[in-house]
Ligand binder design. Sequence first.
Ligand code: ADP
Ligand code: MG
Length: 248
Amino acid sequence: MEKKEIMIRLEGVSKSFPQKRGSLEVLKDVDLEIAKGEVFGIIGMSGAGKSTLVRCINLLERPTSGRVYLDGQELTCLAEKDLRQQRHSMGMIFQQFHLLMQRTALENVCFPLEISGVSKEKAKARAVELLELVGLGERLGAYPSQLSGGQKQRVAIARALATEPKVLLCDEATSALDPNTTAGVLRLLKDINERLGITIVVITHEMSVIQEICNRVAIIDGGQIAEMGGVEEIFRAPKTKAGRELVY
Ligand code: ADP
Ligand code: MG
């Protein structure tokens, strides 16, 4: 097999949250490598630690121990102001879209550009391009309340792409959508991966989503990676109890 360049690397990442008594260990010594250009899935039951894991990848949560690297650069050693820069390399989309309700689709996509210092004019031109890319060229002036769930998620995807990220992190991005709309959003993500070469991490509890677009998948159970491998192989013959419970 040809040697692949690594986009995301986690080394011994653990995360604990302080509790009234002691602490809750949510991630336990997670090692993970995601190659450039990959669509990588992370599946697990509710509470397994999936969201905490993505939040540790973009350092929205600081791991209690371990290291996180993005495209060869260690993030865990950076001060907050340098992290802000690096976070532009990682777009994120969520189940609940997190759009600004008082702003139009166009203004939502302009927003991250304007706060990173791009002129209004340039931001607008880029936002129009991105909204066309996600199939919303006709709805630039629509407010989120006037858009369907699938359209809102497309705006969120356009916004996540605005700062030209290397990685798109999708946390349950299709979990609020019906199957047809989900299929459309997954096709769009696949298209973005193929056309723009962006590495995509898909976190979900829906097996069908993984089977649809991922190359490799990790099964997370109780804050640990239970198993990891090619999607076909894992779905054909899961090796662990956690894997069997999810797949069958
Ligand atoms: P998943 O996304 O797989 O459903 P999460 O990563 O959201 O799982 O949560 C894993 C565990 O960590 C849960 O028990 C949750 O209550 C706990 N947890 C997540 N975030 C926090 C936090 N900020 N403070 C305390 N506990 C948290
Ligand atoms: Mg979650």
